[in-house]
Design a protein around this ligand. Structure first.
Ligand SMILES: *Cc1c(COP(=O)(O)O)cnc(C)c1O
Length: 422
């Protein structure tokens, strides 16, 4: 059985009890189900069987090398938003010709490094970026394959902080400017406009916004092909949502059927950039209750995990299910589940019905496989959370907990000042 299930009253990741991991590795610790990541990837990739398709996993969702390696061995490419992510993908064994480099602010250094590595494609977000890539590629005697990331002006119907495909967002090039930018690209040295791309937002749970946007993107691709541009790939972006609160997840077969229908007249390669969908439900943050505190009007479960470990509730008002690692039949009552950080936003849940727990009990914050460990910080001089990957009845520590001294080993109370130019 893959994913997080109770077995004999104890929450397991695949076949490993979380109690065993917490005892061996300590808390807070992220635990990932290798079985569920693999199953989810195969489900997504197989949904496009019969079409030439490349699934480029969006590395920023969870960039641990062990996760990248697992997905890479399944055949995934990588969608990267910094040269650091490109280097992670390469270090994890993902072939450069399956790597896409997106992001609004690629520096000259990053562009040159990506050309050196020989990535598949740059997803270009502005005219000055296009011209910069052209100049650098031409100077190196290389041809950079690019897609223009088009902003199709579609409301993804998701949280304001994760919508990216509406006019006025900083991302992409407006649809009405796109044909002109491709015409300009065709005049530039060192550039081959091999693709069109979009990414309209994240945690999208219905097919409609994807269909509206993709319909516009495919029409653009066909217009460009008719005008003689060498467009042979359509990058459909990521954004496919997952259940956090028992919601109906996106209907993947319906999504895939829509993509196939809308792109039926296009013979080239389809690309996808799912991040959250592949890993989100396959991770949990395991934490210990440090204290149970009874206030005058509410009860608090104070955890050893904080907003530095998992920022999604504070940043996106995100809901995560929180369940005890040891199953209990005791009746739940509303509590606030909070962390130790000195910020009033360091709260995981308010008035959440939870069973009675005592100091030292373990809990699991679910659906924490995406945008969770990857966003952790050491705010309040706390060590980054450890990470563990489970495969069947075995587990591996894939990110060890570092010592606190490591956090400030490169700082000094008496820094060595030097004059400029020395
Ligand atoms: C973040 C991002 C993705 C992945 O989004 P998910 O919602 O995690 O699928 C894909 N493409 C680009 C360009 C991104 O910035």
């Amino acid at each position: 059985m893959s994913g997080f299930t109770y077995q004999s009253g104890v929450l397991h990741a695949d076949a490993v009890p979380l109690t065993a991991i917490a005892d061996a590795v300590g808390t807070p610790t992220y635990v990932y189900s290798g079985g569920l990541i693999r199953e989810t990837y195969r489900g997504f990739a197989n949904a496009f069987a019969g079409r030439d398709a490349l699934v480029c996993y969006a590395v920023k969702a969870n960039s641990n090398l062990a996760v990248l390696g697992l997905l890479g061995r399944e055949g995934a490419g990588a969608d990267c938003v910094s040269i650091g992510e490109v280097k992670r993908a390469v270090a994890a064994g993902i072939a450069p010709n399956k790597i896409v480099f997106a992001g609004v602010a690629k520096s000259a250094t990053e562009i040159a490094a990506a050309l050196e590595i020989g990535i598949l494609q740059f997803n270009v977000e502005s005219v000055p970026e296009l011209e910069r890539i052209s100049a650098i590629a031409a100077a190196r005697g290389q041809l950079a394959e690019i897609a223009i990331r088009v902003n199709p002006d579609v409301d993804a119907g998701t949280h304001a902080k994760i919508t990216t495909g509406k006019k006025g967002n900083k991302f992409g090039i407006d649809l009405d400017q796109a044909a002109g930018v491709y015409a300009h690209a065709a005049t530039l040295p060192g550039i081959r406009a091999a693709a069109v791309a979009m990414h309209i937002g994240s945690q999208i749970t219905t097919v409609e916004p994807f269909e509206a946007a993709l319909t516009r993107l495919v029409a653009l691709a066909q217009e460009l092909i008719a005008a003689g541009h060498p467009v042979s790939r359509i990058d459909c972006g990521g954004g496919v949502g997952i259940p956090y609160r028992g919601e109906a997840p996106i209907d993947l077969p319906a999504y895939a059927a829509m993509v196939k229908r809308v792109t039926a007249g296009f013979a080239g390669t389809l690309m996808f950039e799912p991040g959250r969908y592949l890993v989100g439900n396959a991770g949990a943050l395991v934490s210990r209750v440090e204290y149970v505190k009874q206030g005058s009007d509410r009860r608090f479960y104070i955890l050893d995990a904080g907003m530095n470990d998992l920022i999604r509730p504070a940043m996106y008002e995100a809901w995560h299910d929180i369940i005890p690692v040891r199953q209990t039949a005791d009746a739940p009552a509303p509590v606030d589940v909070v962390g130790p950080i000195c910020e009033s936003s360091c709260i995981f849940a308010k008035d959440r019905p939870m069973p009675p727990l005592v100091d030292g009990d373990l809990i699991a914050i679910l659906s924490a496989g995406a945008y969770s460990a990857a966003m952790a910080s050491s705010y309040n001089t706390r060590a980054l959370p450890a990470e563990v990957l489970v495969e069947g009845d075995r587990y591996a520590v894939i990110k060890a907990r570092r010592s606190l001294e490591d956090l400030f080993a490169d700082e000094s109370p008496t820094p060595a000042f030097a004059p400029l130019g020395s």
